[in-house]
Design a protein. Structure first.
Lengths: 209, 103, 539
């Protein structure tokens, strides 16, 4: 944007506006919710049509690992919320530490997910594999939905982790500080959304038997 | 160019304490334990378990949104918008479910 | 950092291609959209003319059945996703929303530029099916499963293009909502906003909350084609009706993404050319929100003949009638605005009146289709084709061209030839009605849609329709040629307020400077259309 001489409006779109960035983030989260919402509708319909098959297939999933991952995400949600408290209090060092903890927990989540997925893939349960193709229709749908929903969720975890990495970098550069922490807040909102979606995914896939 | 700081146009920022965050986490963990226990040990309550699991999940989501996502201290507008989105999604599922129940 | 004078127009601040395609100025982005939209629109029109030519006589005139299917799919995809969904919001919304609110840009200018780029990528993906792969999709723009899963044509690319275009739409909607919440000029409350801003606000909420559902649905179609999962194909365990549900959960609200901005434009032009306040400001403003809200719950009326359960069909039919109420409220208020106004007949007003007339035909035929019993008879006939062209083209299309004539002097600072514009309008209007009215009649006679051929008894109306398409094309060429003058900097210069309008965009220079205003805009005392207390505008 050119530097303007002469008249400038007080309510310029080029002013810093933290409330606007927060609102933008919330609106973006709504679109994310409905993106997953479409998948939840598909899940609901096929569960209604294949009730027994969905129950049986859910026994294949490991409740212990699912529970651990739930706890990991909940704790990470707390650490990032604390990181915001820390930056608001001007404690950049603690904020960075808490952000790094969140980042570490996201890695733990992904590693556990990796082991879960590779066990399933080892059994040939991934869509397109021979074993999968011979599954009854209901089971096939369950595993397809399992992979696409947890896969899309894992993708969001990765995006969230990258975002947190950016916040850490910016905080160290002092571009994020006690007066200016909208980025930390928005990363936090995004991370909580990832948590929210998992809160529904966990019972729907792991706990329905 | 003159910068107008838009932060000044609303009330002082509410800072949640570390302690509050800890209590929120404990609540969430307790709810997780309840839902897992019902599912694993209450298998004979099969019909109840999906409804309870979803109910508990919804409570957890509300706790996260209200405290971690700061809805409690933000402008009321955000709470209304979240409710709007929730109602909309609920309407989608209910209308679709009505269709499939009556096939 | 170069200093830019407040008086210099946004055309003159910087030159060169890159200063346009990487500009974050909302006015330049709006024009980027305008030029790309018109280009794609002309491609779509050409495809439409080809289809009409094929239907001139029974039997084969021009193309094979499969080619015809591909042409009508591409016509639908281009016209819906590339033209009519972005049309008014992306061009006039981008250009005039910030100016009407009295600010200098949208809240996220860079995001705005990104959404244009995403749009261009999506458009290129859609058009690439013409050249690469096994030809454009032949499924119809709805990509109904299971055919879309089985056909050998390039459905995957078309579907991904629609997915990418959806993102562009979401980003524009998000930007507008935040802009309206955060950047209104001091003193402009929500209830002092122009009705165009209200219409865009309602539209943006639909773009934001409905588009993600189609995004994920289209991804599932892709997954099904690539991985062979039985999601929607019944032969491998899927449910094709579920696809239709998900598709219309988005695509029915999308109808209001197309229609609501048109309502907004009409509500701007009527007060200006009647020189009096709009009748029922609040009713029009809130009916936009009501339409947006009710529009989410009536998607099932597209599926009455798909094998949905009887209960659901009944509920959806009932709900569909609800949406007629806020729409009728708008039409009554528009007509009441004209009453006792000092009417100034100019090209934009002609388009407005044509809009009201044609949109009413579209709306009433819509009620016929929303009624369960009549829909069963008419659903797969040309009646539906006639109906939605009356709503989309006769409604939104005419509003788009009306808006172009209305805001033209503000955008380019010059006036087109008004006599020529009137002549082009008359030809365009006659051509339009010749083209689509016979479709309603052949539809009632029972001519099925989507085929490249028809029985000899339907010959006469089809001939009239095809001749109409040529008249329409003539009118369109005349209109665009007349308007092209501005692009080449011809035509007499105009001052700030050639139409004697009242909203804020008429208080600034034509064309506006980069920062939109050269002095603080003044808002009228009692609401945006308070002609009695209109602030005096000095040149």
């Amino acid at each position: 944007m050119e530097h303007l001489s002469g008249f400038v409006l007080p309510n310029s779109g080029h002013n810093r506006d933290d409330e606007a960035s927060k609102m933008g983030m919330w609106l973006f989260l709504f679109t994310e919710l409905l993106l997953f919402g479409g998948l939840f509708i598909v899940y609901m319909v096929y569960r209604m049509l294949n009730h027994e098959a969905f129950l049986l297939s859910s026994f294949e999933l490991n409740v212990t690992l699912g529970t651990i991952n739930t706890v990991v995400l909940l704790v990470s949600s707390m650490t990032i919320a604390m990181a915001i408290t820390a930056i608001q209090k001007g404690d950049k060092k603690t904020s960075v530490r808490l952000l790094l903890t969140t980042l570490g927990l996201s890695l733990v989540f992904l590693v556990i997910k990796y082991f879960e997925w590779s066990a399933k893939i080892h059994h040939g349960l991934f869509p397109g594999m021979d074993f999968y193709n011979n599954l009854p229709k209901g089971e096939a749908l369950f595993f397809f939905l399992y992979f696409i929903m947890t896969g899309l969720h894992a993708l969001h975890i990765i995006i969230g982790a990258v975002l947190i990495g950016v916040v850490v970098h910016r905080t160290r550069q002092n571009k994020v500080n006690q007066e200016k922490y909208a980025l930390t807040e928005n990363a936090g909102l995004y991370w909580h959304l990832v948590d929210l979606i998992w809160i529904y995914l966990f019972p729907l896939f792991y706990l329905i038997h | 160019m003159e910068k107008h700081d838009k932060q000044s146009d609303h009330a002082p920022v509410h800072i949640s304490s570390y302690r509050d965050h800890w209590s929120t986490l404990v609540t969430l963990l307790l709810l997780t334990v309840v839902t897992v226990v019902i599912s694993v040990f209450g298998a004979n309550l099969a019909a109840l378990s999906v409804a309870t699991a979803l109910l508990i999940a919804t409570v957890k989501v509300i706790v996260v949104a209200y405290y971690f996502m700061h809805l409690k201290y933000d402008k009321k507008l955000y709470t209304w918008l979240v409710l709007l989105v929730a109602i909309l999604f609920l309407a989608f599922t209910v209308l679709t479910a009505i269709e499939y129940f009556n096939r | 950092m170069t200093a830019v004078s407040t008086q210099l127009s946004f055309f003159d601040t910087r030159k060169g291609l890159f200063s346009w395609i990487f500009s974050v100025d909302h006015k330049r982005i709006a024009l980027l959209y305008l030029y790309s939209l018109i280009t794609f629109f002309l491609v779509g029109v050409t495809l439409g003319l080809l289809m009409r030519y094929e239907l001139l006589n029974p039997g084969k005139d021009l193309v094979e059945a499969k080619t015809y299917n591909q042409i009508f799919t591409l016509h639908g995809v281009i016209m819906i996703f590339l033209f009519i969904i972005p049309s008014i919001p992306a061009v006039f919304g981008n250009f005039f929303l910030p100016i009407m609110l009295g600010t200098d840009d949208v809240s996220f200018p860079k995001l705005n530029l990104l959404s244009w780029w995403v749009y261009i990528v999506g458009a290129l993906m859609a058009l690439s099916t013409l050249v690469f792969g096994d030809g454009p999709a032949d499924t119809g723009w709805t990509f109904y499963a299971p055919y879309s899963v089985k056909t050998g044509t390039n459905v995957t690319m078309s579907v991904l293009a629609a997915f990418v275009l959806g993102f562009s739409s979401i980003l524009t909607g998000l930007n507008f909502i935040v802009t309206i919440h955060r950047l209104r000029t001091p003193g402009m409350t929500f209830l002092k906003m122009p009705l165009f801003a209200w219409a865009l606000y309602a539209t943006s909420w639909i773009q934001l909350l409905a588009t993600p559902i189609i995004g994920i649905t289209l991804l599932m179609i892709t997954a099904e084609r690539v991985l062979g999962v039985g999601l929607f194909d019944p032969s491998i365990g899927g449910d094709p009706i579920l696809y239709q549900h998900l598709f219309w959960i988005y695509s029915h609200p999308a109808v209001y993404i197309m229609a609501l901005p048109a309502f907004g434009v009409i509500s701007e032009m009527l007060p200006t050319f009647s020189q009096r306040t709009i009748f029922g400001y609040k009713a029009i403003a809130f009916s936009s929100l009501a339409i947006a809200f009710v529009g989410y719950f009536i998607w099932g009326h597209h599926m009455f003949t798909s094998g949905m359960s009887g209960t659901a069909r009944f509920i959806f039919s009932m709900l569909t009638f609800l949406v007629a109420i806020p729409t009728a409220i708008k039409v009554f208020n528009w007509v009441a605005t004209l009453y006792k106004g000092s009417i100034n007949v100019q090209p934009p007003l002609l388009y407005t009146l044509a809009f009201i007339f044609q949109f009413m035909i579209g709306g009433f035929t819509g009620l016929v289709l929303g009624a369960l019993a009549t829909d069963i008879h008419l659903h797969d006939t040309y009646f539906v084709v006639g109906h939605f062209h009356y709503v989309m083209f006769g409604g939104t299309g005419f509003a788009f061209f009306g808006a172009l004539h209305y805001w033209y002097p503000k955008i380019w600072g010059r006036m087109y030839n008004i006599t020529m514009a009137n002549i082009a309008f008359v030809i365009f209007f006659i051509g339009f009605n010749m083209l689509y009215f016979p479709m309603l009649i052949v539809g009632l006679m029972g001519m099925p849609r989507r085929y490249y051929d028809y029985l000899p008894e339907f010959h006469l109306p089809n001939m009239i329709s095809t001749y109409g398409s040529w008249v329409l094309a003539t009118g369109l060429i005349l209109m665009l040629a007349n308007l092209a003058a501005g692009f080449f900097k011809k035509g007499p210069k105009v001052g700030r307020n050639p139409w004697n309008g009242i909203t804020l965009e008429w208080q600034t220079l034509s064309p506006p400077p980069v920062q939109n205003f050269d002095r603080m805009p003044e808002i009228p005392l009692n609401g945006p259309y308070d002609f009695e207390n209109k602030p005096a505008i000095k040149e």
